[in-house]
Design a protein around this ligand. Structure first.
Ligand code: CP
Length: 309
């Protein structure tokens, strides 16, 4: 491990630094012009091994708005596809100020972290999605007048990479997290983070979905199948199995009847699966605000990692 600071998941950060970056994200969001030259002369390399809309757009727009530049690299069109992560990362560190990478395997982002002499930001791997979790926390903080502490968040879906990072950040921020996760991949669950949240008295796990919704300020869902498998014919059987098992847990008007909870989803949305289409743009939905907050959350992450703000 080198001395450069990276973001692989919030579990590796000190509580005070997480709180600081969340506050910085709020400051940046409400004072955008004050930060428009901070990244001048700096280049971010964005490496994608998987598809993306929000991560790609918000990191590039973020660098543009901060006065810097972003280069997009598709894994398959780069020589990461031919060589070792370590060698290619050492080169990137010579020409770029920061690297943001969306890689399939957490082991590869850890190899990148170890090899890089510039900050590495995890843009979502099989285990973690920290940028999403900060945007989620920012969305809840803003909805509650600035502080997410004490918010009651119910996540309904598969226990996945998004959940691991939500669990990590909730421990620090005092968010009461209820998990309704009928499907969990034991290779994915970060047991250490889960135990920490449980020890803090902030974790409730249940399959009583109606009860979980009735007690929630926020109801959050995500895809039932990872993005790289969703349209893959070889995963059709697993997709069908999960769809049948998970359908009673879909966020729809029946489930939300009587609840005033705000609806969250990290996007992309699969209407008719984890969420009914009419819920996406219902009056309770804060989904687009949540997606918009990726921009300022990631600006804060970059400003902190590169400039020490
Ligand atoms: N939520 C999220 O990471 O969106 P993309 O996969 O489109 O980047």
């Amino acid at each position: 491990m080198n001395s450069v600071k990276h973001l692989i998941d919030w579990k590796f950060w000190r509580d005070e630094d997480i709180r600081h970056v969340l506050e910085l994200a709020r400051t940046v969001k409400h004072n955008r012009k004050d930060y428009q030259n901070h990244m001048q002369g700096h280049t971010l390399v964005m490496l994608f091994q998987k598809t993306s809309t929000r991560t790609r757009v918000s990191f590039e727009a973020g660098m543009t708005e901060l006065g810097g530049h972003a280069i997009n690299l598709d894994w398959r069109a780069s020589n990461f596809a031919l060589s070792k992560v370590r060698f290619e990362t050492r080169y990137l560190s010579r020409n770029a100020a920061m690297i943001m990478a969306r890689l399939k395997d957490n082991a590869d982002i850890v190899e990148m972290e170890d090899a890089a002499s510039v900050p590495v930001i995890n843009g979502c791997c099989n285990l973690y999605h920290p940028c999403q979790a900060l945007a989620d926390a920012l969305t809840i903080a803003e909805d509650r007048g600035g502080n997410p502490d004490g918010a009651r968040l119910t996540y309904i879906g598969v226990y996945n990479n998004v959940v691991n990072s939500l669990v990590s950040i909730s421990s620090t921020l005092g968010i009461h997290l209820t998990l309704v996760c009928p499907v969990r991949d034991l290779d994915t669950v970060d047991e250490e983070s889960r135990q920490r949240l449980q020890d803090a008295g902030l974790l409730n796990e249940t399959l009583e979905v109606a009860d979980a919704v009735s007690q929630a300020d926020y109801v959050y869902t995500d895809t039932w199948l990872d993005m790289e498998y969703f349209n893959d014919p070889s995963y059709q059987t697993e997709k069908d199995r999960r769809s049948e098992l998970m359908l009673p847990y879909q966020i729809n008007s029946t489930l939300m009847a009587g609840s005033r909870a705000k609806i969250m989803h990290d996007m992309p949305i699969h209407p008719g699966y984890e969420i009914a289409e009419d819920m996406v743009e219902s009056s309770q939905s804060i989904i687009y605000a949540q997606a918009e907050n990726r921009l300022d959350a990631q600006k804060a992450i970059m400003l902190h990692l590169l400039l020490g703000l």
